[in-house]
Design a protein around this ligand. Structure first.
Ligand code: CDP
Length: 788
């Protein structure tokens, strides 16, 4: 799509440089830890060495004897105010600080308040806790066995570790199609626990101003308004009412879903500030962040696919055990405990599907956060894209040809999936074809055949994924009852400058640039004259925040509609100024002019001034608008990724030789930012595919508790991503745009795994669980009798 605006205006389609970057690159960002207030106190947290243990006693005397340690806060202290438990976003309950027992290793047990961060840490070391270890359950399958110890003894009626059962789709029809199928395939797929490793850890500065009775919290949250409401609901009884709570999300160094939940540290810091009347800072260190914050994935999946010998798929059946740790603290829309996992039919036209998920408690930190994905879409995509490859191989068909045969066709959109989603638009074959052309697919297959004949291991993997982003239409989507709309408030000043405020919150995605581009697109104000603000609940309109790639589908739509309201008023003012009828005016970016007389024009800046100085009699002064956008549907971005790997037979090392990523997020606001999102996302897909996993031993000890063994890809491991795109606009989004922030993280792992399995299928390898470490591949090669 050629841009409608000039580069000077900088509307949609221009690669405007990120306006936030100069301050980030110069170290002049304002992150939570940069907030320093007079008389500020510091909090540090005592954490449990045990995964499950009764607390007999907490001796704080030695800690309190350290000069500068002011208090040690325990669960018993919070219990007096009924603040020792808090609700999770999935209406489960989570301890702020324990009174009786701990439920996972690194759980918060007490908090030390001191005049200095280092003194607080000394205080933590001096707190003495007497524990009695209890039996530990780390395996969710064992947790479901009848003799497993019941973990949530705080729930008097709970007799097992099962949290919920959820199912979707037509079971009978699916079973019938399976019984009639000519070919079926079945795999167990484990998608392990991984952890969001944002550059910035979590933290807050809580400041309760006793004189004004107002609480201000600077905190690392992706959803400041929702947090304010939750704080008011939880702490209303101790006098914190919503109008007196201000949540400020300043610059955020990466969120990826990990900064959606409410962590105990936030609540303890707030309680400490309310009790002392002083500002209290709590900032996690790197290991606390890795060991104790909410985790993602941890889905134990059994998937089956049915089809005909000619390669046409008919049905999908999935059963899953979801390990949620000791509480269900996922940030899913309330109606969907397994998030949007039921988009697992992917890009394929299936007749029926049925999916079942069971949530389970174990002695692990809360899991289930949507790590750079729209509530379990990564799990869904991984499953269907793996299964598609297994089926193609089983049938002896080329993986690309198999996908082309089963794709939902462009003319089938809007398409109702077998699991009830209405896909808005798509052209999957075009994206795959472009990826094949870019990578030289036919030549690569020839090369693979030649290499295989020589005993070399080379694989080609495809992932043709469909995402589902933009939660969401309020008829289906709410979190704790809050409907998942989002908002924009646009104010045009007399001098033709704009203040645009949103209910979302960027964590590095570049909203200050792209929202300004939407204003430029709609109203013709140059990007440089638009100031974008987010993240302060005292000033921004109420919104549900930024996660699940919802900012463009929801808040950018709100922005466009608010701008259109302003444009309607601007047209009236222009007609008055030009002494013309409104219907006789035409718009070109930045001005209205009289049809046929381009010289009789009023610029948007002249109209802005007139809105305050010379507006039509009877018209309200000013030029501003608000929109709360309730999307009619989600948006369904998609893409086709092709990965080429070479495997070292001696070491099992997988080398990603090439990776072509073709994405389609509808109309693009800023191509450079979208490319950046794809690059980052692909690297965040590479990590879990090859390196990242959090495991626990039988006693519940975390095995990857530091970056020494929780391996994140660095520039050394990251291949040269080759990106491109097709454009299939969303028919219902005001700008034709779809979200994109997560597409690559969601789509990449399956392409990599498919490539590795493709290289080894002839050796009898059908599936490898991620991360595909060299050790796993080496063992498979040895088991298959492959010699170096
Ligand atoms: O909600 P979040 O910002 O994480 O995700 P998003 O809506 O997919 O947007 C990520 C970034 O890409 C934002 O700066 C968007 O404005 C930009 N984007 C774009 O320029 N064009 C699109 N069609 C989609 C996103």
């Amino acid at each position: 799509m050629a841009p409608k605006t000039t580069p000077e205006i900088g509307g949609m389609g221009h690669s405007v440089k990120r306006r936030e970057d100069p301050r980030f690159l110069r170290g002049q960002g304002n992150y939570v830890d940069d907030v320093v207030l007079p008389d500020m106190l510091y909090l540090d947290i005592v954490r449990s060495p045990y995964a499950h243990a009764k607390i007999n006693s907490i001796d704080t005397s030695k800690a309190l004897a350290i000069p500068g340690v002011l208090a040690v806060i325990t669960g018993k202290d919070l219990e007096k105010y009924n603040l020792h438990w808090m609700p999770t976003l999935m209406s489960d309950t989570q301890m702020v600080l324990p009174v009786d027992k701990v439920m996972y290793q690194a759980q918060e047990v007490a908090a030390v308040l001191a005049t200095d961060r280092y003194i607080a840490a000394d205080g933590v070391d001096a707190v003495e806790i007497d524990y009695d270890p209890l039996p530990v359950v780390v395996d969710p399958k064992k947790a479901l066995e009848p003799d497993a110890p019941v973990l949530r003894t705080d729930k008097p009626d709970k007799k097992d570790n099962h949290i919920w059962h959820w199912e979707w789709g037509n079971r009978d029809e699916t079973d019938k199609l399976f019984s009639e199928a000519e070919v079926t395939v079945k795999e167990d797929i484990y998608i392990p626990r991984i952890h969001v490793s944002s550059i910035e850890t979590c933290g807050c500065v809580a400041h309760f101003d006793k004189v004004r009775g107002k609480l201000t919290v600077w905190m690392t949250t992706q959803a400041p308004h929702a947090i304010r409401t939750v704080f008011a609901l939880v702490a209303g009884h101790v006098g914190l009412s919503e109008e007196k709570i201000q949540i400020i999300s300043p610059d955020i160094g990466g969120g990826f879903g990990g900064k959606v939940p409410v962590y105990p540290g936030y609540v303890i810091a707030v309680a400490a500030s309310v009790l002392t009347g002083k500002p209290v800072k709590w900032i996690e260190d790197r290991m606390e962040n890795l060991q104790a914050d909410s985790f993602a994935r941890d889905y134990h999946i059994t998937a089956e696919l049915a089809g005909n010998k000619d390669g046409k798929l008919t049905a999908l059946r999935i059963k899953t055990i979801a390990d949620h740790g000791y509480t269900d603290a996922a940030a899913n829309p309330s109606k969907f405990p397994a998030g949007l996992f039921h988009v697992c039919t992917g890009s394929y036209d299936l007749k029926a599907a049925h999916v079942e998920v069971d949530g389970v408690y174990t002695n692990k930190p809360p899991g289930g956060i949507a790590y750079r994905c729209s509530f379990r879409v990564t799990e869904a995509v991984h499953t269907i894209e793996r299964m598609a490859d297994v089926m193609a191989h089983e049938l002896g068909m080329d993986a690309a040809e198999f996908r082309m045969k089963n794709f939902i066709k462009p003319e089938q959109f809007p398409y109702k999936s077998a699991l009830d989603w209405e896909y808005d638009s798509g052209n999957y074959a075009a994206a795959l074809q472009l990826a094949m052309d870019r990578i030289g697919y036919a030549d690569l297959r020839k090369e693979q055949t030649e290499k295989r004949a020589r005993g070399e291991l080379m694989g080609i993997g495809i992932s043709s994924f469909t995402e589902i982003v933009g939660a969401g239409p309020s008829k289906h989507f709410d979190i704790l009852g809050l409907k998942m709309f989002d908002s924009a408030e646009i104010r045009v000043h007399p001098t033709g400058k704009v203040l645009a405020r949103f209910g979302t919150k960027s964590q590095g995605q570049g909203h200050e640039t792209t929202y300004a581009q939407v204003v430029a697109e709609e109203l013709g104000f140059p990007v440089d004259s638009v100031l974008v603000e987010e993240g302060d609940t005292d000033t921004a309109p109420y919104g549900l925040g930024t996660y699940a790639s919802r900012s463009t589908p929801v808040a950018a739509a709100a922005c466009a509609i608010a701008c259109r309201k302003i444009k309607d008023k601007a047209r009236k003012i222009a007609a008055y100024l030009l002494e013309a009828h409104e219907d006789d005016l035409e718009w070109e970016p930045g001005k209205f002019f009289v049809k046929g007389s381009p010289d009789r024009a009023k610029t948007i800046q002249e109209i802005s001034l007139a809105a305050y100085t010379n507006h039509p009699p009877g018209m309200e002064a000013g030029l501003e608008a608000v929109n709360y956008y309730d999307p009619p549907n989600l948006t369904y971005p998609f893409g086709s990724y092709i990965c080429v790997v070479d495997i070292d037979k001696g070491t099992g090392e997988v080398k990603v030789r090439r990776f072509v990523a073709i994405d389609d997020c509808g109309n693009i606001i800023n191509p450079m930012i979208v490319e950046g999102q794809i690059h980052g996302g692909l690297t965040m897909g590479l990590g879990p595919a090859l390196y990242e996993e959090i495991q626990y031993d039988e006693s519940g000890n975390i095995l990857q508790g530091s970056f020494m063994n929780y391996l994140l890809p660095t520039a050394v491991e990251t291949p040269n991503w080759e990106t491109g795109n097709t454009v299939t606009p969303s028919p219902h989004h005001p700008l034709g745009a779809k979200g994109v922030g997560e597409s690559a993280t969601v789509g990449a792992p399956a392409a990599i795994v498919n490539a590795v399995v493709d290289a080894m299928w002839h050796l009898g390898v059908r599936h490898i669980d991620i991360p595909i470490t060299s050790a796993k591949v080496w063992k498979l090669l040895r088991d298959a009798g492959v010699k170096d």
